[in-house]
Design a protein around this ligand. Structure first.
Ligand code: ATP
Length: 242
């Protein structure tokens, strides 16, 4: 069953068109790795799905409902949660207080504070600590947990590994694995192709705002994705190999 449908989406930053005619559908439980070089348009696409940046044209539907013009706070209530780049937690609030903010969407479901602590056990002893005092990995887990507390139909994760040490990234990805087994539908923007492809069921590569590769993760090689990443692929939207 299709949860999210994106049709011919175009998103601008002033005169610059950052997302060009992007279309894809996601079914329940899909984990989409959205990859591409710096400036390819991944963050802009994610933000437009979350309503943080409205599309110039095209259509976004969630469970069949048109979301294209719905403002971001209402999209959370409708089931789209974004974990933005940079682990934006409220540093003066405790882990638990940050998590409880996620409940303000009013959505109910399996994700409760205790369930988040089950999925991210490293947070439990830090429950009453101010997030400003936490490590980068703990802050990232708090940010993901807060998004999960809104019991989203779809979770959008922007560069969860940015600025974290390899060891901590391993831990965050091990925790994401818990989400994968629980059937959470996700879009994961990730610079690290290996990690992204290891957890994803589907890979979309963007280049200069366009989708230049869209394949099941099992049916694509790292070499194919790398070529698409650098614009050296032979298929897709017409960019020929040099
Ligand atoms: P990165 O991995 O560097 O975050 P990205 O693939 O997420 O890259 P975007 O951040 O979406 O790409 O940027 C796409 C294009 O839009 C780039 O050319 C970027 O310079 C431009 N852009 C992004 N944000 C803004 C903004 N707030 N104002 C103007 N241009 C922007």
């Amino acid at each position: 069953m299709t949860i999210l449908s994106v049709q011919n989406l175009n998103v601008h930053h002033g005169l610059l068109q950052a997302v060009r005619d992007v279309s894809f559908d996601l079914a329940k439980g899909d984990v989409l790795a959205l990859v591409g070089a710096n400036g390819a348009g991944k963050t802009t696409l994610l933000r437009s799905l979350a309503g943080a940046h409205l599309a110039a044209s095209g259509r976004i539907t969630l469970n069949g409902d048109d979301m294209t013009a719905v403002p971001s706070h209402q999209r959370i209530a409708r089931g789209i949660a974004l974990v933005p780049e940079g682990r934006r937690v409220f540093s003066q609030m405790t882990v638990e207080e940050n998590l409880l903010l996620g409940k303000s969407s009013g959505r109910t479901g399996e994700w409760t504070v205790n369930r988040v602590f089950d999925a991210f056990p490293n947070l439990l002893p830090r429950r009453h600590a101010k997030t400003g005092h936490l490590s980068g990995g703990e802050q990232q887990a708090t940010a993901i947990g807060r998004a999960l507390m809104s019991n989203p139909d779809i979770l959008l994760l922007d560069e969860v590994s940015l600025g974290l040490s390899p060891l901590v990234i391993d831990r965050v990805y091990a925790q994401l694995q818990t989400l994968l087994t629980s059937g959470t539908t996700m879009v994961l923007v990730e610079q690290d192709l290996g990690r992204a492809m290891a957890v994803a069921s589907r890979v979309i590569c963007m280049l200069e705002g366009r989708v230049v590769l869209d394949k099941p993760a099992k049916g694509v090689t790292r070499d194919q994705v790398t070529k698409a990443y650098f614009g050296l692929h032979r298929e897709g939207t017409g960019r020929a190999a040099s």
